[in-house]
Write a protein that binds this ligand. Structure first.
Ligand code: ADP
Length: 270
């Protein structure tokens, strides 16, 4: 299986993520008679080293897109490519090597980390699960990941328990856990919405640094335009399952073309 397709010399790079005409309809109610079109025809792509934000209010379908990309949910319709490889119809076994290349940072750093595990154990766990490296190599990779999320000096943090850490420190550990496998794409779903405002920007800066230093691509899910502006080059504004407007983040914010984007901007200023 080709792990990652090289881009042709001088040609455009293969997107890290490409999503085409994605749909997800949930059935609920008695006999599954009620249908919610949570995602209704979403397309976008993310280049190497690019951070793309899906921005919109609650219920817009952003998290569902993230779950479809990660194949935590099956799509009703549409296709997803990761590093040029179509993943929509792969079996769980075929998906396994690709899973390693796509990592997730969740919203709640308290739920994501077992409180009684040490920072070292938490960050090394993905390496253990994927049977990568020996003890010394794992230790080196753990320390490097901790340095990259600015838990420095890493040697002072590695023996701390998750329960001893603040929310911002926990989210840094969650990011270190995600990057220790050296993914090419990070999916971050509202990664700072549970953090104090003062810590939010620090954590977002880590995403930016990882993008620049590692060429990491990022899919950021957020309801907050300020968060997207700080982190993303391009955004798609989502409402009721569709992207109503897409473009470079500065353009979308300074010259919104859709009424819903204007409403989001006004709400943010209020
Ligand atoms: P957002 O992340 O933008 O807040 P979501 O993707 O979480 O939006 O939800 C989009 C819509 O899909 C909402 O109407 C939500 O109630 C519905 N939804 C999400 N997950 C499920 C589910 N597992 N079952 C039924 N409906 C769901």
């Amino acid at each position: 299986m080709p792990a990652e397709q090289a881009s042709p010399p001088g040609g455009p790079a293969v997107p890290r993520l490409r999503v085409e005409n994605l749909h997800k309809t949930f059935r609920s109610g008695r006999g599954g008679g009620d249908r919610t079109a949570a995602v209704a025809g979403v397309s976008f792509s993310i280049a190497p080293g690019e951070a793309y934000g899906l921005v919109g209010g609650s219920g817009a379908g952003k998290s569902t897109v993230a779950r479809l990309v990660l194949r935590l949910l099956p799509a009703t319709q549409g296709r997803v490519w990761i590093n040029g490889q179509e993943v929509t119809s792969l079996s769980p076994r075929q998906l396994r090597p690709i899973r390693r290349r796509v990592q997730m940072v969740a919203q709640d750093p308290f739920q994501a980390l077992h409180p009684a595990m040490s920072v070292r154990e938490l960050v090394a766990e993905p390496l253990v699960i994927h049977r990568l490296g020996d003890g010394a190599e794992r230790e080196e990779r753990v320390l490097r990941a901790l340095e990259e999320v600015a838990l420095t000096p890493a040697t002072t943090y590695r023996n701390r328990l998750a329960s001893e850490l603040s929310g911002g420190q926990r989210q840094r550990v969650a990011i270190a856990r995600a990057i220790v496998l050296e993914p090419s794409l990070l999916v971050a779903d509202e990664p700072t919405s549970m953090l104090d405002a003062s810590v939010q920007m620090e954590v977002l800066s880590i995403f930016r640094e990882l993008r620049v230093s590692r060429g990491l691509s990022i899919l950021l899910i957020t309801h907050d335009l300020a968060v997207a502006r700080h982190t993303c080059q391009r955004i798609g504004v989502m409402r009721t399952g569709t992207i109503v407007e897409e473009g470079p983040v500065q353009r979308v914010i300074s010259q919104p073309r859709h009424d819903y984007t204007r409403a989001l901007l006004e709400a943010a200023e209020a």
